[in-house]
Design a binder for this molecule. Structure first.
Ligand SMILES: [Zn+2]
Length: 106
């Protein structure tokens, strides 16, 4: 990320390079220019990074929530299948019982 500072001595626009951290020298007049906003810039970057990780966490939470909901749906489907099976078994038993009582299987 390139940024510029104004030389306090001659007012020239100076491009701050990555290796310039706390100060740099003006390329026009040679004045030592303190880069006071260095920490400000980094604080901003850190905050952006924190926000980013927060977003990532939220995304993960949403993903987990989605997975949870999917699991719930699968469980609901499974219990529905089990209920259907039980009903079929009960009906079969009922038919067998009725058949037994009526003597069809004797
Ligand atoms: Zn200068």
């Amino acid at each position: 990320m390139a940024r510029t500072v104004k030389c306090p001595s001659c007012g020239g626009e100076l491009t701050v390079k990555d290796e310039n951290r706390d100060f740099m020298f003006c390329e026009y007049c040679g004045t030592k220019v303190m880069l006071d906003d260095y920490r400000e810039t980094h604080r901003f970057v850190d905050e952006a990074r924190i926000q980013e990780s927060k977003d990532a966490k939220e995304l993960e939470l949403k993903k987990m929530e989605f997975e949870e909901r999917k699991r719930h749906e699968e469980n609901a489907n499974a219990s529905k299948t089990i209920k259907t099976c039980l009903i079929i078994i009960i009906v079969c038993f009922a038919i067998l019982m009725i058949g037994g009582f009526l003597g069809f299987f004797h």
